[in-house]
Design a protein around this ligand. Sequence first.
Ligand code: KG4
Ligand code: ZN
Length: 309
Amino acid sequence: MNILGIETSCDYGGVVPEIASRDHVRMLLPLIQQVLGEAGIEKPDAIAYTAGPGLVGALMVGGGMANGLGLAWACPVIPVHHMEGHLLAPMLEDDPPEFPFLALLVSGGHTMLIAVRALGDYRLLGTTLDDAVGEAFDKTAKLLGLGYPGGPALAALAENGNDKAFAFPRPMLQKPGFDFSFSGLKTAVMLEVRKAEAAGKLCREDVAASFQRAAVDTLVKRAIKAANSQGLERIVVAGGVGANKLLRKEIAAHFDGRVFYPRMEFCTDNGAMIAIAGALRLAEATPADEIKVRSRWPIASLNVPRPAH
Ligand code: KG4
Ligand code: ZN
């Protein structure tokens, strides 16, 4: 079965909603034509689209296109939750994780730990109280004069830095529970950069390496503690920050169970993860009708009712 996945959530900071929506209008149809051409498919058997969370204007473009094409092609259309797409992305690989697992979802807009017992059985264990971790990467990168999105550039800069040059805080690690907070780390980085700039001896590589180490330490310790507390032997790392090499290395080094990831290009936002989530939820597909999009959408609301475990 061939499923077309349309991802237009734009669920990160730094974009101008109106411009992003207009760009989606301009580019979506040619992109779909190109993708179908490259895949050698005239028309798919179903269409999955991101219905939220995200920027409503951009979501409407994807939802409208999906339903319009569904009507024209007389094929089912499946609304997909963006974060469910991220957490199911490793299912695209040859060696997919079995349920249950802990999902560490780390993107530009979200930082979440979710106990995943089955498809549609999601318990949010922890989330960020302020900035998302990807946002902290992006803001630190901006402070260091790197372009947007800064995560990959910051990680590259960090490779040549000393990660012990600055003792940045590991926020929340002393606190019980599984929530995160990254605004204190962001402020600490800003103060050190200002101080070093004033003294005329800013080593950007060292700042990048020390920041990355603090952020990764926090994610790894929190995720492993959450998995162990729930008796979960598998961790799935997904979302844009899941492409971070240090994060992948450290979590594998410290967790006793197995760690799964999507390949790099399926970590950051992509249509394939929406297509696989749509494939797994095909039973819920409807003929094209109403365009469902939501800017806010708690992932636990996807849960299908089942007996308590
Ligand atoms: O999942 P994603 O593509 O978009 C959202 O749904 O937010 O994640 C984008 C985020 C950005 O903040 C970007 O800087 C970050 O992922 N990112 C990284 C890396 N690659 C992307 N952060 C750290 N290291 C990376 N290698
Ligand atoms: Zn995303």
